[in-house]
Ligand binder design. Structure first.
Ligand SMILES: [Mg+2]
Length: 184
């Protein structure tokens, strides 16, 4: 599955689940992206890079356990970025090639997560400092880095990101409208 097909799938699931009912401001989207990166940090603190699905009092929806672990949070980062691309026009598919394998990976997992936070923060700074249309190359470049580095990390830690993506999207399809009333 390529990025445009995944983006269309994420758009449909998010529309169905009410995530497009109201506007999400760009800084709000960045806060939500930081949350997923922080969830990956927290998953690593608890389980290392293991798949923890179903291993601790899991949430179940329609017979599917909630996917848990670093791999699932990496999938959430991917899903968020695909949704952000739909909303703000990152153009991930056309930019990804230039960043493939471009980052040095630290031995420290949390240092790698900090790099993702920093890249996300740069996107916010650049969005706020100019005209989003005029500066598309700069802020969108940093969000593309977030995806490229997440993909590189998944490979490094032996995580099958596409499998995690499919599992998380399947789970999200079973979740209630706005996941039971979340604001954003
Ligand atoms: Mg998450």
């Amino acid at each position: 599955m390529d990025l445009p097909a995944m983006q269309a799938e994420v758009r449909k699931v998010n529309l169905d689940k009410g995530w497009w009912d109201e506007e999400v401001l760009f800084p709000e989207a960045m806060a939500l992206l930081h949350t997923e990166i922080a969830e990956a940090s927290d998953a690593w603190r608890r389980w290392g890079t293991d798949d923890a699905t179903g291993k601790h009092s899991p949430e179940w929806t329609d017979g599917l356990p909630k996917p848990e672990g670093v791999g699932s949070e990496f999938a959430d980062i991917l899903i968020r970025l695909l949704d952000d691309d739909e909303r703000y026009g990152i153009r991930l598919a056309e930019k990804m090639a230039s960043y493939h394998g471009a980052f040095s990976i630290s031995d420290s997992f949390l240092t790698n997560m900090n790099t993702l936070h920093t890249q996300t923060a740069w996107a916010s700074v650049l969005w706020e400092s100019g005209s989003p249309e005029f500066d598309q190359v700069t802020w969108a470049g940093y969000l593309t880095r977030v995806l490229a580095f997440t993909m590189q990390l998944a490979e490094h830690y032996g995580i099958d990101l596409m499998r995690e993506y499919r599992r998380k999207v399947a789970y999200n399809k079973t979740r209630p409208y706005r996941h039971g009333g979340k604001r954003k």
